[in-house]
Design a protein around this ligand. Sequence first.
Ligand SMILES: Nc1ncnc2c1ncn2[C@@H]1O[C@H](COP(=O)(O)OP(=O)(O)OP(=O)(O)O)[C@@H](O)[C@H]1O
Ligand SMILES: [Mg+2]
Length: 361
Amino acid sequence: MRGLSVDHLSVRGFRNISSADIELAPTFNVVHGDNGHGKTNLLEALYVLGSSKSFRASKVKDCVQFGAESTSVRASVREDGLLRTQSVGIGRGARSVKVDDKRPPSLSAYAVKTPMVVFHPGEIVLSTGPGAERRRLLDRVSLFFDARALETLDAYARALKSRQRVLEQRGTSASELDAFEELVVQHGMLVMEQRARASSELVPSAEAAFARIAAPGLVLSVSYEPSAPASVEDFRRALVEHRERDARRGSASVGPHRDDLALSIDERSVRGVASQGQHRAVTLALKAAEIDVVGRARGARPVLLLDDVSSELDRERTAALFRFLSEQRGQVFLSTTRPEMLELPERASLVVRDGVVRVSS
Ligand SMILES: Nc1ncnc2c1ncn2[C@@H]1O[C@H](COP(=O)(O)OP(=O)(O)OP(=O)(O)O)[C@@H](O)[C@H]1O
Ligand SMILES: [Mg+2]
């Protein structure tokens, strides 16, 4: 598998980081500093560079520094010895992404260039929470198997929104409904196809990872549960049947926006049943699967962003995390308030203080 690393990073007006130009290590980079100084912001800037999205705000515009008009993240990325530049600029309305100063054919094409997998304590909702985070996981993985995955998701969301607007403003027998529902069905079928493909890769990997991580004898089962009928005709009919209800409740009750990746341990659904430790093991298993599947599909090791993970873990799990990390041969960023806890070889230290990033030796 090819190596992938961000060699040099320039950040402008990104949250509390006004300006940073830093050289990074191709292996471990420990980001440290006190609470609230900008460690997560730095990891978020890297994630925006890789994906053009944020991992903590639904709108990437939120990353623009208070009082500023725009933000930019630019980097040189090394893959297999070759260097390229990548940049993401976010202004009021638009977002621009470039590779070697040229616009890529699509946002999906950009987002697979330098894959980043992020891990932060909030991600426990992958196991404890409703389907949204799990759908996002499927969609992130889909990108690596379908060149237009993001565009398909966008088109589906737009069609769904238009149908809802018509339902609410013009009633359940408005003439435009048929056309919008046809778009919902067309794009929705593609979304379900791409998620089924992603889950066929993720499921075996997550189940195997869980068997390695969790107490012996526990078996995790993961399965994709689409939330719309599998045939075009039945999906179409279900939308028509639900018009009345959807107009009242303010959202569509069938369609892949309600899909889930069902998780169960020993045939019992994980949500509301599993212990805290089991939820952690499930979350770790899903993230390990993401790293594995993305890496294999892309043929290059994704860059790992671990935000504050050791703060959540007890001694045994911290030791397990470091065993896992010491096996990684790719680039890793790890934020912590307690760098003395980490025993890592060949690491670079990045100190973040009041939004100023400094490389310390
Ligand atoms: N858009 C923004 N513009 C300017 N500053 C921002 C913006 N968004 C967040 N901040 C500031 O960034 C700081 C938080 O940074 P960050 O979350 O990276 O801290 P951290 O070092 O990860 O802290 P912790 O160790 O507590 O997780 C806060 O002071 C917050 O006010
Ligand atoms: Mg933080």
